[in-house]
Write a protein that binds this ligand. Structure first.
Ligand SMILES: [Zn+2]
Length: 489
């Protein structure tokens, strides 16, 4: 079975004009330059360990700034201070912009320069994480597809648009952030909180990867779920392991909490921003009926112990997964605490308080008294049953982001659609992601028209991650065309 499915060509509603063809043709000579740029980005380490461990990332920011300076953009650094208070501990946000002939709209491209950690031992010897090695049309390295490839494409597209001398109105802007991988405290949260006017563009394209096999053309990301990462600390009573305590062993409490959740934790249902039916229709339009059948059978490689069936229902509801647990000090000591970290992913429209109410009701069913962070209302407070009881569970927040969505039919959405169709000649697929990007933080801050579209590759957050070089040119053309169509005089 081939790893791609043929896509059905359409006639675009707004085909590329003669003038646009000339503009886009400059990209054709630049493929090796895009690859060079991506290679340099990959070879520059920009690891992001965690939101509270400072790792200097100034090298990649200085490189990116230097590149955009040279391309004739105005560049500005915004410093997000680290809580350590040390004066050399801060993360940069970089804004690179160029003003058109007269006032008008601002189009922004956004990308994160940070990468997740890597363990060189897990990577093939000939494709090390910081090597940027090119092999069989793929550029390997940590961050290659997530998301230095998209960053390289937007940098090249903007540089070429400036060089072309094409006349535009308004402003083109690029915003590079330092910490998408740890949910943006110093980037997509910091900038809206401290410099909202700087980053509040009329429309924003985030160049995260959006081509995944068996698809050949990208999807357009318009929505994502909200991460609600909570830690539940179960309190129990210690004791001698030779005298078991079934109800007050903190591990047993956590296990009971886990075990009943699938049936009894009732989270309100919300209509997804892209329904299953809409997804199928869009897939059928792109792949045809036969292609759709193939697509439904397509199963990416599986781990030997993976017993879960291919299941799309996770996409259409709020989900939770128990992903970290810590307890116990010794084989013969009954643990009095157990910490459980849970990854909830909420549907757009489900408020944090709604989710928390569901959790509190669930705890009440189990007979557990739960304590919440102060900013939330606790339904148990009205129940006299728990009034004088000790606390069984303390809940704390690791991170919270709301689910969010963008209207694909907005003014900019239409320009993006027409440009997409003109470049790819296939019908668009709008996607709803289970994972978060900086787009969620931006929408939560009140920014409008946030879209995600970018190149293809594989292995984000995994060993032997790569960007598919054959996808870079068209993405660069798309960025160039959409900017030109949106801002042209
Ligand atoms: Zn990313």
């Amino acid at each position: 079975m081939s790893d791609t499915i043929e896509e059905i060509k359409i006639i675009p509603a707004f085909p590329i004009t003669k003038e646009e063809r000339e503009l886009l043709s400059i990209v054709d000579d630049k493929e090796s330059e895009i690859v060079d740029l991506l290679q340099k980005l990959v070879q520059t380490d920009s690891m992001n360990l965690s939101a509270d461990i400072f790792v200097d990332k100034s090298e990649i920011f200085d490189f990116t700034k230097g590149y955009m300076d040279k391309a004739g953009f105005k560049t500005d650094y915004f410093k997000a201070p680290f809580p350590s208070g040390k004066k050399d501990e801060f993360y940069y946000n970089l804004i690179a912009s160029f003003e058109g002939e007269s006032k008008g709209k601002t189009l922004q491209f956004n990308g994160h320069l940070d990468i997740v950690p890597y363990n060189p031992d897990n990577w093939d010897e000939d494709t090390p994480p910081l090597g940027g090695v090119i092999k069989d049309g793929k550029l390997y390295g940590r961050g290659s597809i997530d998301m230095k490839a998209g960053v390289a494409c937007q940098m090249m597209a903007m540089k070429l648009l400036k060089e072309s001398g094409a006349k535009i109105n308004g402003k083109l802007q690029m915003w590079f952030v330092p910490d998408e991988e740890t949910h943006g405290a110093y980037g997509s949260k910091f900038m809206p909180q401290n410099h909202f006017d700087v980053i509040n563009a009329d429309a924003t394209i985030i160049s995260e990867p959006r081509i995944s096999k068996p698809m050949q053309s990208p999807s357009i990301g318009i929505s994502e779920k909200g991460p609600h990462w909570f830690k539940f600390t179960f309190h129990g009573a210690a004791g001698h392991g030779s005298w078991p305590k079934w109800k007050s062993n903190a591990i047993n409490k956590a296990v009971r909490f886990i075990d009943n959740s699938k049936k009894k934790l009732k989270i309100p249902k919300i209509k997804p921003p892209v329904t299953k039916k809409q997804s199928l229709t869009m897939l059928k339009d792109r792949l045809g009926l036969e292609g759709l059948k193939e697509f439904r059978k397509f199963v990416p490689e599986k781990l030997p112990l993976d017993k879960d069936k291919k299941n799309t229902s996770n996409l259409y509801q709020t989900t939770f997964s128990f992903n970290q647990i810590k307890a116990g000090i010794k084989t013969n000591v009954i643990p009095d605490t157990c910490e459980l970290e849970v990854d909830f992913r909420t549907m757009p429209g489900l408020e944090s308080q709604d989710l928390i109410d569901a959790i509190v009701k669930y705890c009440t069913k189990l007979g557990y008294k739960i304590e919440l962070p102060e900013r939330f209302t606790n339904l148990q407070h009205s129940k006299s049953k728990f009034k004088d009881e000790p606390i069984d569970i303390t809940m704390s927040i690791i991170t919270i982001g709301e689910g969010s969505a963008t209207n694909p039919d907005s003014e900019f959405g239409k320009v993006l659609r027409s440009s997409f169709e003109a470049i790819y000649e296939v019908s668009p697929i709008y996607s709803f992601a289970t994972g978060f990007s900086d787009g969620g933080n931006m929408r939560e801050a009140g920014m409008k028209d946030i879209f995600i579209i970018g190149p293809g590759g594989r292995g984000a957050h995994n060993a032997n991650e790569y960007a598919d070089i054959s996808t870079l040119n068209d993405i660069t053309k798309l960025y160039l065309l959409v900017a030109y169509r949106y801002l042209k005089l």
